[in-house]
Design a protein around this ligand. Structure first.
Ligand code: FMN
Length: 214
């Protein structure tokens, strides 16, 4: 069955067309680095495995996201944000597209023990959904989210803790269950480090087979 594209033109700014029945693969690093390598490999393996519903890749750096201003509008107007329709803001469109996806795969670097600012801005915009009380939509209970984190440090037992909490909470607001533990890849500092790290690539390969089935 052909994929059904959703119109994602907002305020004259075109976002990539979203395929509504494809897993939503969101890479959150602002640079072309390890996250891009992960995203490319996951797409390649899904194709090779002829996975049902090939993932559609989106880069958060291509999307305009204004930060939440705590104006309280969404508390008074459930499901709406005062920034919806503001020029150069696509957060609402992106969040609604993610909310329709059957599966979310989120790739993010660790920055100061948490998500990068661009991703945290998107997370905060999900407050609209929290205020509307519509986490865990019951119409599609099998929707799952999967988290992948990269970091430079080789040690630090709590390195991924904050991002894990924040992004699990985010995914749940968008109606996803988060069944497994995040995949955590360490020792990746430069943008090409993953490509030159066979152990980390193997870790990713195994995780993809086990968690995603590709
Ligand atoms: C602003 C900033 C903060 C960072 N903070 C951390 C950190 O707290 N711990 C860590 O291990 N790596 C940290 N890093 C390194 C990144 O997590 C690492 O390079 C990651 O692999 C980048 O992923 P990317 O190549 O997809 O952008 C930081 C990098 C930047 C730019």
């Amino acid at each position: 069955m052909p994929h059904r594209p959703a119109a994602l033109l907002i305020n004259g700014i075109a976002m990539k067309e979203v395929l509504m029945d494809a897993p939503f693969l969101l890479s959150a690093s602002p640079r072309k680095g390890n996250g891009d390598t992960i995203a490319r490999l996951l797409c390649q393996w899904a194709r090779e495995a002829a996975a049902p519903g090939l993932p559609q890749l989106h880069f958060l750096r291509d999307v305009h996201v204004r930060p939440c201003t705590a104006c309280g509008f969404c508390a008074l107007h459930p499901g709406r944000c005062a920034l919806d329709g503001v020029p150069a803001d696509q957060a609402g469109t992106l969040l609604r597209a993610i909310r329709r996806a059957p599966r979310l795969i989120l790739i993010a670097p660790i920055w100061f023990y948490g998500p990068p600012a661009q991703l945290k801005a998107l997370v905060d915009r999900a407050q609209t959904f929290w205020e509307a009380g519509n986490a865990r939509s019951t119409d599609t209970p099998a929707r799952t989210a999967h988290l992948i984190f990269t970091a430079a440090r080789q040690n630090g037992p709590r390195l991924f803790e904050a991002s894990g909490l924040i992004l699990r909470c985010f995914a749940r607001q968008l109606g996803f269950a988060v069944p497994g533990e995040p995949l955590t890849l360490r020792g990746l500092d430069g943008p090409d480090d993953l490509q030159n790290n066979p152990a980390a690539l193997e870790q990713l390969r195994c995780w993809s087979r086990t968690e995603l089935g590709w």
